[in-house]
Design a protein around this ligand. Structure first.
Ligand SMILES: CC(C)(COP(=O)(O)OP(=O)(O)OC[C@H]1O[C@@H](n2cnc3c(N)ncnc32)[C@H](O)[C@@H]1OP(=O)(O)O)[C@@H](O)C(=O)NCCC(=O)NCCS
Length: 204
């Protein structure tokens, strides 16, 4: 039987997920998106039409970069009874003791260490390194090349920018945004944007 995947999102992230899904053995991919997008692409309809495709496309993944929207689409997939799949590139190195949630994307060359836990609907992007005992919350977006030392904990919907680094045992609160290249060396309460080395709240 042909392995088919429905990808919710036709932006850069959605197309990256589709690309990796092909490397994972999926043979047919279609998209839902509210943007009309590229007419040559296989966009079946807007996000709201998900229920119409549940029978023909039983496996799906929410694949937009925005954490709040991705979490909403993840919930919709569950509500319509489609199977939430995680797409994990074959090149990644994941410890056998790590736990990966549902609807997770893990991009090329990522590394996930011993006893790490990755929450549902999270993006672990290209070349991210997450070390031992990290606990990554629901619907995080860990951008390319971010490096997390051991025992880092993040709340829901945290965004860790490209190439940032996080010191061991640090806790980052829900809805925090960490800028590109930041170094997080202490706990951050969240719901704010933090930049720089060491990372400080933007505007302070
Ligand atoms: C931190 C971030 C969210 C701020 O975006 P923003 O709110 O639009 O802020 P602006 O670009 O208007 O910048 C505001 C100020 O912060 C500074 N700034 C922005 N990002 C910064 C960063 N990563 N490190 C240091 N300073 C930064 C700007 O230089 C500017 O300073 P100024 O007021 O002195 O000119 C954004 O720059 C960022 O790093 N996003 C992460 C992107 C990412 O990881 N993408 C991955 C996609 S897969």
């Amino acid at each position: 039987m042909t392995r088919k995947l429905l990808v919710l999102g036709f932006g850069g992230h959605g197309r990256s997920v589709a690309d990796v899904a092909l490397d994972c053995g999926y043979e047919e991919i279609a998209f839902l998106d509210d943007a009309t997008g590229d007419p040559s692409a296989k966009i079946l309809g807007p996000f709201s039409s998900l229920g119409e495709f549940a029978t023909e496309w039983p496996e799906a993944i929410a694949a937009v970069g925005n954490n709040t929207l991705r979490l909403r689409l993840f919930d919709e997939i569950g509500r319509h009874g489609l199977k939430q799949v995680s797409i994990i590139h074959p090149s990644v190195q994941i410890s056998r003791s790590a736990e990966i949630g549902n609807g997770v994307f893990v991009g090329r060359a990522a590394v996930i260490g011993t006893d790490a836990k990755i929450g549902d609907a999270t993006i672990v992007n290209t070349r991210v390194s997450i070390d031992h005992d990290c606990k990554i919350g629901l619907a995080n977006h860990i951008a390319p090349g971010a490096t997390l030392s051991g025992e880092v904990t993040t709340g829901e919907r945290v965004w860790l920018g490209t190439g940032c680094s996080v010191r061991q045992r640090v806790r980052i609160g829900a809805d925090a945004v960490i800028g590109v290249g930041a170094a997080v060396v202490g706990n951050l309460p969240g719901a704010q944007t933090y930049v720089g080395v060491p990372a400080r709240a933007l505007g302070k």
